[in-house]
Design a binder for this molecule. Structure first.
Ligand SMILES: C[S@@+](CC[C@H](N)C(=O)[O-])C[C@H]1O[C@@H](n2cnc3c(N)ncnc32)[C@H](O)[C@@H]1O
Length: 215
């Protein structure tokens, strides 16, 4: 039985036409090219110790916006997402590129993968969708399937100017944290932070790519 937050995600991301809409949002030069390149530059640093040929789980793969990045580095990739239509688009985009090992319609709280079966994990734009008390379960689940470093990405910078408006209106999202609070939360989910790579700095930093390992 799905919990309320899972139902909300299912309704939003599995809705008919949503995957096409999502993909369309990233066709502009600003989002699709400029911001994407900046994100990939951060990811390159985060993945620096993961050698080509490694097997990487991309969850949630969405429409495959970062699957291409992983494949371009010579990784073998498994993409997973709760929304089959998102996966279908990712599959189409990756078609013909060697390296894709498979796709799974799966929830991050219960991955259909054996223990220590992948070399690394990329998680981009997932944790803001998951309630605070559930996030540690997801960290543990990702750590269970991974035998190497995990690259977990967050847009949770409590002091980012981007979130100032919401904070001033008293609508502070519960996923906003300082680095210390995030490290503590990850530790509660059995993960030790090794380092954090950021896009931007201080209050301009909106992407934290956290490289962590099982504690
Ligand atoms: C904002 S999109 C990010 C997708 C991709 N990583 C990207 O950056 O474009 C969020 C994705 O998370 C997926 N999702 C939401 N909850 C999930 C869960 N519990 N397990 C797996 N995927 C989930 C949605 O279907 C959606 O594709």
């Amino acid at each position: 039985m799905a919990e309320a937050w899972q139902q909300r995600s299912n309704e939003r991301f599995r809705r008919e036409g949503y995957a096409e809409y999502y993909e369309g949002r990233y066709r502009s030069f600003l989002k699709g090219t400029l911001k994407h390149r900046m994100r990939c530059a951060v990811l390159r640093r985060a993945f620096r110790e993961v050698p080509p040929g490694s097997l990487v789980l991309d969850i949630p793969c969405g429409t495959g916006r970062f699957t291409g990045f992983l494949l371009s580095r010579g990784y073998r990739v498994v993409g997973a997402d709760i929304a089959p239509e998102m996966i279908r688009i990712a599959q189409g985009k990756a078609g013909g590129i060697p390296g894709v090992l498979g796709w799974a319609a799966a929830d991050a709280t219960r991955m259909p993968l054996p223990d220590k079966s992948v070399d690394s994990v990329l998680t981009m734009r997932l944790f803001h969708l998951i309630p605070k008390d559930v996030r540690p379960l997801v960290y543990r689940e990702l750590a269970r399937v991974c035998r190497g470093p995990l690259v977990l990405c967050f847009n949770c910078n409590k002091w980012a100017l981007k979130h100032l408006g919401k904070r001033l209106r008293g609508k502070t999202p519960e996923y906003l944290m300082t680095r210390k609070e995030l490290a503590r939360e990850l530790l509660g989910g059995g993960l030790r932070v090794e380092r954090i790579h950021t896009k931007g700095f201080g209050p301009f930093s909106t992407l934290w790519a956290v490289v962590c390992r099982p504690a």
